[in-house]
Design a protein around this ligand. Structure first.
Ligand code: PGA
Length: 251
């Protein structure tokens, strides 16, 4: 039985004060609840240390939203896996569609990042997903297959024990347009079957595959009720403690 994991991708929201407030609120809201799901929060880089301190006495894990694939060097403006480890990060989101489309990250760069994250024992939340154009052209599965194979190239099953895959249809991110539970389940099933072919049935059956794209308390139950949906990567709705925890409560 796979444990459901709800991760909050804060994106470029909240300064240090906002981080203190939101984490305090999350702690308060969840204090009288017995959540079955695991929780991860991914604040901006500048707030990771503050968040880490605040999360010490909780079961909530800390993640970053990106990182560079080198350990150190002359890479102005970049953050290394060692730096993330040093502020208490356990997870790192890699290959988010905003990184792909706005910042031009391709599969090869994402593959290097996944490899470096694993080398430093950071657990990747590896995002994949098709654009609206790709869905309308009927190439969704092909896009997913390419992203998955390229992103994981050269990595063996043993190295991927802590991998989380997040299926995030680009057309559903921040748009309020959520994939129907059937649409999401269809792709999640495809991902799991493909992973079984690439690795093994056993590995595929244990892999956590999150759905992301306009997940809200109102649609979480149906989405998370699907056989192959093991959690959510939440953007907008994770910025309010109430809605973040409500999503976790349906698990
Ligand atoms: P959203 O973002 O929930 O605001 O659509 C999800 C994401 O980008 O991870």
């Amino acid at each position: 039985m796979r444990k459901k994991i709800i991760a909050g991708n804060w994106k470029m929201y909240n300064d240090v004060n906002g981080t203190v407030n939101l984490i305090s609120e999350i702690k308060k809201v969840m204090s009288d609840k017995n959540l079955n799901a695991g929780l991860i929060v991914c604040p901006p880089f500048t707030n990771l240390e503050t968040a880490s301190e605040l999360l010490k006495d909780t079961s909530i894990k800390l993640g970053a939203q990106n990182m560079y694939f080198e350990e150190s060097g002359a890479f102005t403006g970049e953050i290394s896996p060692l730096m993330l480890k040093s502020v208490g990060c356990e997870f790192v989101i890699l290959g988010h569609s905003e990184r792909r489309t706005i910042f031009g990250e391709g599969d090869q760069v994402i593959n290097k990042k996944i490899k470096t994250a694993i080398k430093h024992a950071l657990k990747p939340i590896f995002c994949i997903g098709e654009t609206l154009d790709e869905r309308e052209k009927g190439v969704t599965f092909k896009v997913i297959e390419t992203q998955l194979k390229n992103g994981l190239e050269g990595l063996g099953e043993g190295e991927l024990a802590n991998l989380i895959v997040a299926y995030e249809p680009v057309w559903a991110i921040g748009t309020g347009k959520v994939a129907t539970p059937e649409q999401a389940q269809e792709v999640h099933k495809f991902i799991r079957e493909l992973i079984a072919k690439m690795y093994s049935q056993n590995f595929a059956s244990q892999l956590i595959i999150q759905y992301g794209g306009s997940v809200k308390p109102e649609n979480a139950k149906e989405l998370l009720g699907q056989a192959d949906i093991d959690g959510a990567l939440v953007g907008g709705a994770c910025l309010k403690a109430e809605s973040f925890i409500k999503i976790a409560e349906v698990c």
